[in-house]
Design a protein around this ligand. Structure first.
Ligand code: ADP
Length: 478
């Protein structure tokens, strides 16, 4: 079942339960309040009747003839009312006898029980001479004559719990009004619920279709994120995250394609070279001797080095590289690198120095990986700096000690400004033939950049005061 339909069904169910419960409780409460109201009215009337009936008993000394007296009460009440309006000597009453309407208005059900609980008077006649249980009589009003209870009077709801026609009608009309109010508000609630569920599910529907497209390989998809500007809700955030995921997948996919294309291109040259040499040896063009085989072996070594670098780059880029972070003394590390490259520098008559630092800067990093970056930078510096030049290794913390910079400066040709962004790309070489002659494949700086990134740092290049390039590796301090 679709989410939209399920939500609509849930809404309907909740609204139906709420409406039913509200109707039931409101009806119950209204009826009970209404009954108490009627009972209160009947009690007041019963008090008045108790006085009248007390007078009657005082006069007659017993309840004989009470039934006839009770049937006259409406008329008595009417003339009493008339006297109130016209005064005792107001002459002829305006209406000679009570009309049927008035008597109907005043026709309360009155029942009178004597001191033994036997009904001695009942306007409806049905209860006459029956014994009324004492617990029923407690609702009634006692008729007291000379401080003695000579009976009990019960009026309307005290005798008969069923509501009179008018009262029943009143209650029914309240129930109908209530039911209508509930049906209308339930209808509005349902409509709003349906609109809301359509609104809630709309972005989910577009997300689902986008996810399907991604699953089918279309990574250029992006879902609308209306929430980006107007208050972010969970679904808007999901859409934003989805778009970020799709972008990242696309980037990785493009990168993968690029790597395959670049790698194929880069591997082709040495493989062609090896194949050509071997074929030439078979055809007898090249001598089948040790020096020729040695050149083939050198090419295979270079090839396997290239494959190793590609593998390393793949591991770092895919985030599979597990870093073993430790505190590293940068000066110590630079001194070791200088010692390692001293013979190569001496061979090219290059002055390779380590600049002393007053405060020994340290970093929190994977020793072997950072050592690899420094090895690459120094080996590049020696490769590209002409004989008689200078290479300087240094490390420093920034002013507030938030980061540490490790610098490799040289007096070589430097990096032209427009090439600076690109030299960290895979297989990028400024002067391809010259760099390849020097054994370069354009992977060293790409690996250095990825290692820096994996550490949460970065690597950049600028002009050096020595006249060449200044490579700066920035990492977090220990
Ligand atoms: P390679 O193996 O070709 O040196 P790198 O990624 O280490 O690959 O360097 C990329 C390119 O950046 C090099 O081909 C070279 O043109 C340039 N480069 C790197 N270091 C220096 C430097 N110290 N001085 C001048 N050019 C450099």
């Amino acid at each position: 079942m679709k989410l939209k339909t399920r939500l609509a069904l849930y809404f309907s169910l909740v609204v139906a339960i709420m409406a039913g419960a509200t109707l039931f409780f409101m009806r119950q409460t209204t009826e009970s309040v209404f009954r108490s109201f009627i009972f209160a009215g009947d009690t007041n009337k019963a008090k008045i009747y108790a006085t009248i009936l007390g007078e009657y008993y005082r006069e007659h000394k017993d309840w004989e003839g009470l039934q006839a007296f009770l049937s006259e009460i409406p008329q008595l009440a009417f003339f009493g009312l008339d006297e109130r309006i016209h005064g005792e000597r107001g002459g002829e009453p305006a209406v000679p006898s009570p009309s049927s309407t008035v008597s109907a208005l005043l026709s309360d059900r009155i029942a009178v029980a004597d001191s033994n609980g036997i009904i001695v008077g009942d306007t409806s006649g049905s209860l006459l001479r029956t014994v009324h249980p004492a617990r029923h009589l407690t609702h009634g009003v006692p008729i007291v004559v000379n401080r003695e209870q000579i009976g009990t009077v019960l009026v309307g709801s005290m005798v008969d719990s069923s509501l009179s026609g008018v009262n029943e009608l009143f209650l029914a009309s309240i129930t109908t009004a209530l039911a209508w109010a509930i049906v209308v508000s339930a209808g509005i609630a349902l409509l709003l619920g349906l609109i809301l569920s359509a609104q809630v599910t709309r972005p989910i529907v577009s997300l689902t279709s986008a996810v399907r497209k991604v699953a089918a390989g279309d990574l250029s998809i992006a879902v609308k994120t209306a929430g980006e500007t107007s208050g972010k809700d969970e679904i808007a955030e999901l859409a934003i995250s989805f778009n970020a995921m799709a972008r990242e997948l696309k980037r990785l996919e493009d990168a993968k394609k690029q790597i395959i294309a670049d790698s194929a291109h880069e591997l082709r040259t040495p493989v062609t070279l090896i194949r050509g040499t071997i074929e030439a040896m078979i055809d007898g063009i090249y001598p089948r001797d040790i020096p020729t085989l040695e050149s083939v072996r050198e090419e295979t070594v270079r090839l396997s080095h290239l494959i190793d670098m590609l593998r390393e780059l793949e591991i770092i880029e895919s985030g599979k590289l597990a870093l073993k972070l430790e505190s590293i003394d940068c000066m110590e590390m630079l001194r070791k690198a200088a010692a390692l490259f001293a013979p190569a520098a001496m061979e090219k008559n290059i002055a390779l120095t380590v600049e002393p630092s007053s405060s020994p800067p340290s970093i929190k990093a994977d020793y072997l990986r950072v050592d690899e970056v420094i090895y690459n930078l120094v080996s590049n510096a020696i490769k590209y700096t002409p004989p008689g030049g200078t290479i300087r290794l240094s490390a420093k913390s920034d002013e507030n000690r938030a980061v540490t910079h490790i610098c490799v400066d040289d007096s070589g040709p430097g990096i032209p400004v427009d090439e600076r962004g690109r030299i960290f790309e895979r297989f990028y070489r400024i002067d391809k033939s010259r760099a390849t002659d020097r054994g370069g494949r354009g992977l060293g700086l790409a690996i250095a950049g990825e290692i820096a990134k994996a550490h949460g740092g970065n690597i950049s290049v600028e002009d050096s005061d020595l006249g060449g390039a200044s490579f700066v590796l920035t990492l977090k301090p220990a």
